[in-house]
Design a protein around this ligand. Sequence first.
Ligand code: G3H
Ligand code: 13P
Ligand code: ZN
Ligand code: NA
Length: 283
Amino acid sequence: ALVPMSQILNKAQAEGYAVGGFNMNNLESLQAIIETAEEERSPVIVQLSEGALRYVGIDYATACVKAAADKATIPVALHLDHGSSFEKIIECIRYGFSSVMIDGSKLPFEENIALVQKVVEAARVVGVSVEAELGKIGGTEDDHTVDEREALMTNPDEAKEFVERTGVDALAIAIGTAHGPYKGKPELDFERLEKIRNLVNVPLVLHGASGVYDEDIKKAISLGICKININTDFQQVFTAKVREILNNDEKVYDPRKILGPAKDAMKEKVREKIRLLGSNNRV
Ligand code: G3H
Ligand code: 13P
Ligand code: ZN
Ligand code: NA
């Protein structure tokens, strides 16, 4: 069934596991996420970026996720990833999203707060959950010195004030992860995470989790991360299988014979991540 994201995350927080914020980009990736979550008896958050929504179409995307969620016997949240404006948030709520992220992380502190307050006020009326971001989660291509990296990370005292003044349901924090693949081994600031966890009581979200080592994911969960966002790892296994099939068979032309196995390959990666997060057998 389709449920608000906070219902999923509050249970995860109470029981000490994390739930995947898994990005879908086409029908096969949605099927891979939902089918595997169902098989693993895991709650799941299906999310689309604004780019993915433009690619799929908001009408197709919401119709497909709702059909999948109605059929599923696990809790499913439909979540907007990195929403950039109040207008986009309202559009998604109107189309039936059960959760939205408003990403004001590039704004000055007070402007970020004002934008999130406005979104929370509107979303609350219709029971939709809200995730916000404080601190800057970079792209892997961004080259920063150690001092610059520090400056971009979430300030624990600001996080406390931010959550208290906005009333958000979940907070995305910057502790050293980046979107996309990493060049070397990503170094997470676990001390910072602990400080934030001690000051903030809402579920915390880790973005850019593709490429983060399994032991670091586990440690982050043990220190209070409840939602783990993954896009790139899934895209990479999906495309690797497409490439393998095309390289091995010059005559194949039926998309089902290409995308079907890609979906199956993605399912195994989704399964691996669900078990890593510990959200299996929770329903
Ligand atoms: O956080 C963003 C996601 O990784 C997907 O972004 O669909 O705009 O490439 P994109
Ligand atoms: P990755 O690109 O590292 O998978 O991050 C996904 C993400 O944070 C989506 O919001
Ligand atoms: Zn993200
Ligand atoms: Na990443």
